[in-house]
Structures are given as structure tokens and as C-alpha cells.
Design a protein around this ligand. Structure first.
Ligand code: AMP
Ligand code: TRP
Length: 323
């Protein structure tokens, strides 16, 4: 049985990129025989200095959204990272198995240092991410393409630890869907769709209503060829729309091209908007239902399991290190 781990930050609103790049795969993995940990990585989000009240409510919202998205809790554990202090403890230990040069090469660090100022938190962010994954000895990490570099670093850290102390950590593999692994902004197809995007019309949020979704797709930026063809170097905008349609409908890019061979951009944009609205609507309805519910019992049970699993690893690591 595989152990799966993945995380999402409770900053801002969950968007379509989060769904197609990550959560959609989590739902799938939670319905096959794996042991799954899906974590709201609130300690990571401290790097952005969020408002405390907002953070508290975002943590709970994100947990509820994971349930609303359809994660099967029979074989998945969902929890907030800060409730399991072992993550941060392991992070300290693993920082001695990570080179400063490696952290300096992280693209996400360079990008974030520009916008957030280069404090040590965003610098060591990937070490905490490695400990998230290794604390449960995960073999598989379903994430979007923006996390590839962090995953490689995690493997390097694990390998270095193992070389010195024996086979403690499995080397985790990244997994992504064939499409949807890197959604771009609908307004600026050169940059990825993100929570902090400065143009909210480029991002589809999970609770956008159908009208808003249709408007955002209608005004999405494309070229003027009017040929629906996947070409990442020359037709970024339309390729992004093909990718979204393919991911939601479980089709290849070629199949989407074939289906819309005789369509014009206007028509295709509407078809993509329709399928996105259809995909998000039930999740949003379920979320609204859950918003009124108290999930503290679910949270408690999940947390106990997460803590027990993390503690096992810490005990083992402490023994090995002579602590
Ligand atoms: P974050 O919102 O940065 O915590 O990301 C949570 C998950 O969503 C990670 O697995 C990311 O790789 C994934 N993700 C974030 N933005 C995108 C995007 N634009 N396209 C695909 N996946 C994404
Ligand atoms: N760094 C990830 C992001 O920005 C979030 C994250 C933190 C994560 N820890 C993780 C993802 C562990 C996968 C596994 O999206």
C-alpha cells in the first residue's frame, strides 16, 4: 500500500489551478487503496504574514473544502500542519541535510523573495515541505508542476539522510495528471494561475458563480488565429483553455482539438466555461452545506491519526540520531 502526502496553503481562495493541479488527483487517490494524508500547511503560510483572524477562518474553510471536493475520509487523513508540531521538529533536523546553495536555486524562493522580501522563512520553506512529506514516509506526492523542484530537493534530503543513517525514508515520487498540472492565468497566460494573482479576472475561484465564470472565460486572452490547437510556445492562451477542458473531461489535448475542429474561439471559450461551472458547482454547493456544520469531531479523529503517524517517525529519527 502506498502512502500519499500532499499539502495546500490556507492563503486566499482555492482556485481552479489548485483543483486541476492537485485536489482532483487527491480525490482520485483517496478512492483507491492508499494511505493518504492531505494537509492544510498553515505554518508555510506564515511566510506571507497573514491576518490572524483571516488565517484561522481560511484553515477551517480549506479543510471543509477538501471534504466538499469529495476526498474519501475512509482512507484519508486531513489536518492542519500546525496541530502536528512534529513537522517543524523534523524540519529542524533535516535542515542539516540541505545545502544553502540548493535553497538559493529554488525558483519559488527567488520569485517570493522579490514580492515578500527575503526573510529566512521563505528561504527554508522547502525544508519544511520536505519534512511534511517525510514525516509520514510518503511514497507519492500529487502536486502541480510548480512543485517539481521542491520534490527533487526532498528526494536529495532524504537520500543524504539515508546515506548516513540507513534506509529511513522512502524517496517520494511526484505525481500529476496528464493535463491541468500548470494552469495559467486567463488574463496573463505567461504566468501561472494563483491565489495572489493581481488580476482576479485571470483566476477562477471555487465559489465563482456561473455568470462570473462565463464572463472570465469570455474575456480570456488568446491569439487571433481562431484555430483551436495546442501549442505552448506560440498559442499559450488557447493551449491553457484546451488543457482545462482536457483535464475536466478526461480527454487528451488531441481529442479536444478534434472535438472543436470546426469551432471558433468564442464558441470554445463558452464550452470551457460551461464545463468548469459544471465541475465547480457541486463542490461549492456541498461546501455551503458544510459551512454551517461543525466538523470538530472529524478534525479530532483525523488529527489523532496524523499525530500518531508523525510521532512514530520522530521516535525512530531520535533513536537513530542519539537524541
Ligand atoms: P498552493 O495554493 O500554492 O498551496 O498550492 C496547492 C497545490 O495546488 C499544489 O499542489 C500546487 O502545485 C497546485 N497548484 C497551485 N497553482 C496551480 C496552477 N496554477 N496550476 C496547477 N496546479 C497548481
Ligand atoms: N509548497 C506547496 C505549495 O506552495 C505546499 C506544500 C507544503 C506541499 N508542503 C507540502 C505540497 C508537501 C506537497 C507536499 O503549493
Amino acid at each position: 500500500m502506498k502512502t500519499v502526502f500532499s499539502g495546500i496553503q490556507p492563503t486566499g481562495k482555492v482556485h481552479l489551478g489548485n483543483f486541476l493541479g492537485a485536489i482532483k488527483n487527491w480525490v482520485h487517490l483517496s478512492n483507491v487503496e492508499n494511505k493518504n494524508f492531505f494537509c492544510v500547511v498553515d505554518l508555510h503560510s506564515i511566510t506571507t504574514h497573514p491576518d490572524p483572524m483571516e488565517l484561522k477562518s481560511n484553515i477551517e474553510q480549506t479543510l471543509k473544502l477538501l471534504i466538499a471536493a469529495g476526498i474519501n475520509l475512509d482512507n484519508s487523513i486531513i489536518y492542519a500542519q500546525s496541530s502536528v508540531p512534529q513537522h517543524a521538529y523534523l524540519s529542524w533536523i533535516l535542515s542539516s541535510f540541505c545545502q544553502v546553495g540548493e535553497l538559493q536555486r529554488m525558483t519559488q524562493y527567488k520569485e517570493k523573495a522579490d514580492s515578500l522580501g527575503s526573510h529566512a522563512g521563505i528561504f527554508t520553506y522547502p525544508v519544511l515541505m520536505a519534512s511534511d512529506i517525510l514525516i509520514h514516509k510518503a511514497n507519492e506526492v500529487p502536486v502541480g508542476d510548480d512543485q517539481t523542484q521542491h520534490l527533487e530537493l526532498t528526494r536529495n534530503i532524504a537520500e543524504r539522510f539515508n546515506n548516513k543513517y540507513g534506509d529511513v525514508f522512502p524517496l517520494p515520487e511526484k505525481s500529476s495528471g496528464k493535463s491541468g498540472a500548470r494552469l495559467m492565468s486567463l488574463k496573463h497566460p505567461d504566468s501561472k494561475m494563483s491565489k495572489s494573482s493581481d488580476d482576479i479576472n485571470g483566476t477562477i475561484y471555487f465559489d465563482d458563480d456561473k455568470d462570473t465564470i462565463m464572463k472570465k472565460f469570455k474575456s480570456s486572452v488568446t491569439d487571433s488565429d481562431d484555430i483551436i490547437q495546442y501549442n505552448l510556445s506560440e498559442k499559450k492562451g488557447i493551449s491553457n483553455l484546451i488543457d482545462i477542458y482536457a483535464s475536466i473531461n478526461g480527454m487528451s489535448h488531441k481529442e479536444v482539438e478534434k472535438t472543436f475542429m470546426d469551432s471558433r474561439y468564442g464558441e470554445f471559450k463558452m464550452a470551457v466555461g460551461e464545463c468548469v461551472a459544471e465541475y465547480l458547482n457541486p463542490i461549492n454547493l456541498k461546501f455551503i452545506e458544510l459551512e454551517k456544520e461543525n466538523i470538530s469531531e472529524i478534525v479530532k479523529i483525523n488529527l489523532q491519526e496524523a499525530q500518531a503517524s508523525a510521532e512514530l517517525t520522530i521516535q525512530e529519527v531520535n533513536n537513530i540520531l542519539g537524541l
